[in-house]
Design a protein around this ligand. Structure first.
Ligand code: NAP
Length: 478
């Protein structure tokens, strides 16, 4: 049994109250984590406050050097990151290697290199020069969900510290293992104490205490839209800098000229990667009526053949959902889909795996047709391996249907004509759209949503701008 401690002021601090961490693939306990409270957050804030002056006094280049050291030390432990992430979340090990482990290393390396070019800007007037400098904001509160644990935590910690802030991070209590590994790495490389503090526990206690703390100047939150609203209600009147990366109900649009055989694996990946537990997953699939009869049976057949099973096995394409409570929530949407008149084309039930996975939170990948695109199943975020599929007549109708939710995070368009795909993409009301691909990430580009999917952008210069204050100094020519 792993025993995890908070990491505050460069030390691992035990807690007398603990929460259990469960492996969702077989229901076994894997770790105890601190059930922290407001006092632990206070302690972390004191540490972050003490470290602020000396850390912010370093140059960006000096801080980038530390990011490089963290990236190197994480890379050595890549296989361990993948195993822990798979154990904690139930995701397939191949995915944890390809996405979670590699991106966590890449986030530190990328922001370390990218920040070196994020320089002061100068604007000349006839009689004066403006110098725009970027100062740290102060203490950053970073709150992250369970679906991509270290990937998302490192996506916030790296830009926050390279811009000279000190941080208090709260990972999801469902998936604390790799945040603990990161604390070990930070300890081992000798990052100055108090720069990164990790406090484990419940969102309602630790998360809320971070958002409410008057000395925390900035909140970067990734999670559900309902929680994001609560965070905003507290942080906004305190005038904290706020970034909200929230839920999605993303459209996948398959136009009539798409190459069906080539498109199906991409559409299935967009629908079911990480058991559909990626905020960017395409869970509403719109298919042109002209190709519907050809596309749908082939797509159903492809999805039926996706291999679901032991997350630690190299050939599993789908693993368990993150928890039993979440599996029950996703299952309740399958029942809702049936009540709303939907037809389950495949999946809809537990896969009936052998022991010990018969006790796991598994659910077959599920495709539902016959629902209105305005039904609850087709408009509410399910965040699991459930997609709805709908026919459309024209590109215009596909765009209207795609825009019919309160969310606006991502989307994808599949077509034989990339110019036509781009024209459709421009009309979709989301922060990101891919054409003939999905989750194809360049870390320099803006990442974030519109409508109920969030406020603000992270990624590249948007992250560096968010984690700093742009100050203008106007000097009159002598
Ligand atoms: P969640 O329930 O909103 O939780 C996110 C984080 O917030 C967790 O660490 C949670 O702690 C914490 N939290 C809960 N209540 C809080 C409060 N009152 N104050 C401060 N923090 C609080 O979301 P989730 O179920 O973990 O993650 C799934 C959601 O995240 C989905 O909606 C998904 O779309 C979204 N997501 C969005 C993005 C994006 O980039 N837009 C990326 C990934 C995921 P506990 O775990 O202890 O509750």
């Amino acid at each position: 049994m792993i025993k995890i401690h908070n990491f505050i002021n460069g030390k691992f601090i035990a807690s007398d109250k603990n929460l259990e961490d469960i492996n969702p693939a077989n229901g076994e306990k894997i770790a105890y984590i601190p059930n922290s409270n407001r006092k632990d957050v206070d302690l972390a804030v004191q540490a972050a406050d003490s470290a602020r002056e000396s850390w912010s006094a370093l140059s960006i280049g000096e801080r980038a050097f530390w990011l490089g050291k963290i990236a190197d030390a994480l890379e050595i432990r890549s296989e361990e990151i993948a195993s822990l992430e798979s154990l904690d979340t139930g995701k397939p090990i191949s995915l944890a290697r390809a996405v979670d482990a590699s991106r966590s290393v890449a986030n530190f390396r990328f922001f370390g290199e990218f920040a070196k070019d994020f320089q002061q800007e100068n604007f000349e007037m006839d009689d004066a020069t403006n110098h725009v400098i970027f100062k740290p904001v102060g203490i950053a509160g970073l709150i992250t969900p369970w679906n991509l644990p270290l990937y998302l935590l490192s996506w916030k910690i790296a830009p926050a510290i390279v811009m000279g802030n000190t941080v208090i991070a709260k990972p999801s209590e469902l998936t604390p293992l790799t945040a603990n590994l990161l604390a070990e790495v930070i300890h081992e490389v000798g990052l100055p104490k108090g720069v990164v503090n990790i406090v484990h526990g419940l969102g309602s206690d630790v998360g809320q205490a971070i958002v409410e703390h008057p000395k925390i100047n900035l909140i970067s939150f990734t999670g559900g839209t309902t929680t994001g609203k609560k965070v905003a209600e507290i942080a906004a009147p305190m005038f904290k800098k706020l970034s909200l990366e929230l839920g999605g109900k993303n459209a996948t649009i398959v136009l009539d000229d798409a190459d069906i055989e080539a498109t199906i694996p991409g559409v299935a990946r967009a629908g079911f990667l990480n058991q559909g537990q990626v905020c960017l997953c395409g869970s509403r699939i719109f298919v042109s009526k002209k190709i519907w009869d050809d596309f749908v049976p082939k797509f159903v057949n492809y999805v039926k053949n996706m291999k679901i099973g032991d997350p630690s096995s190299d050939d599993s394409e789908l693993g368990a959902l993150v928890s039993f409570a979440h599996r029950d929530k996703v299952e309740s949407y399958i029942h809702l889909a049936q009540r709303e008149g939907g037809e389950i084309l495949c999946g809809g039930k537990s896969p009936g795996l052998d022991a010990p996975f018969d006790k796991g939170a598994f659910l077959e990948p599920t495709i539902v047709s016959g629902l209105s695109h305005l039904s609850r199943t087709a408009t509410e975020e399910i965040f699991g391996p459930v997609v709805t599929i709908h026919p459309f007549e024209s590109d215009k109708e596909a765009i209207e249907m795609a825009n019919c939710t309160d969310y606006g995070l991502a989307g994808s368009v599949w077509t034989g004509d990339s110019e036509r795909g781009k024209r459709v993409a421009e009309k979709i009301e989301t922060g990101m759209v891919w054409v003939n691909t999905w989750l194809h990430r360049d870390l320099r580009v803006p990442f974030g949503g519109i409508k109920n999917s969030g406020v603000g952008r992270e990624g590249g210069r948007w992250s560096l701008g968010f984690f700093s204050e742009a100050i203008n100094i106007c000097v009159k020519n002598s």
